[in-house]
Design a binder for this molecule. Structure first.
Ligand SMILES: Nc1ncnc2c1ncn2[C@@H]1O[C@H](COP(=O)(O)OP(=O)(O)OP(=O)(O)O)[C@@H](O)[C@H]1O
Ligand SMILES: [Mg+2]
Length: 159
């Protein structure tokens, strides 16, 4: 490949140290994602899809979990090695995660727009008006019809 990979996961190992022993949830995973690509990971329940994603986000609960080995190369850096402060700038800004069961992970009392704006305002120096404009823009980019209307609706109003 001539183009540089956006994310390169090499020999990723994430283990959980439990009383019953070591759970090798992710044990030597390799993949690369190039700009414009979408990667779908399919596998039986418990095979390590979520733990792989959580490792990239550096959100594996520790203890009991730990990224044991491997590299997660992103933007010229290995995300397994950078300080938490640096990771916080990337998380929610360059790399985000939509957790399973979005109906429970989104806050039901805040509008869709408020929840998108929260991440924009946290990371960028923009006012509410500009954040709202960017939120509408994002809804449009992912093909949500009537984004100007949707932005003011609550999670339960979207299927
Ligand atoms: N906090 C934890 N402590 C111990 N083991 C854990 C912990 N979190 C995850 N695991 C184990 O890691 C393995 C991978 O789990 P993971 O949640 O990544 O599976 P999954 O592929 O996302 O499954 P599903 O399709 O059900 O979402 C499982 O065996 C799970 O029991
Ligand atoms: Mg999962």
């Amino acid at each position: 490949m001539s183009k540089e990979a956006l994310v390169e996961v090499k020999n990723l190992k994430t283990y959980f140290y439990t009383e019953e022993g070591v759970v090798k949830a992710v044990d030597g995973v390799d993949f690369e994602i190039y700009p414009g690509e979408t990667l779908g990971v399919v596998g039986e329940s418990g095979c390590g899809k979520s733990v792989t994603s959580l490792s990239i986000m550096r959100l594996v609960e520790s203890p009991p979990g730990r990224i044991e080995a491997g590299e997660i190369n992103f933007g010229g850096r290995d995300l397994t090695k950078i300080p938490e402060k640096e990771m916080r700038k990337i998380r929610g800004n360059d790399i985000s995660m939509i957790f399973q069961e979005p109906m429970t992970s989104l806050n039901p009392v805040y509008t869709v727009g408020d929840q998108i704006m929260e991440a924009i305002i946290l990371h960028k120096k923009v006012d509410k008006k500009e954040a709202r404009r960017q939120a509408i823009d994002m809804l449009q980019k992912v093909g949500i019809p009537l984004p100007e209307q949707r932005v003011d609706e609550y999670p339960h109003q979207l299927s």
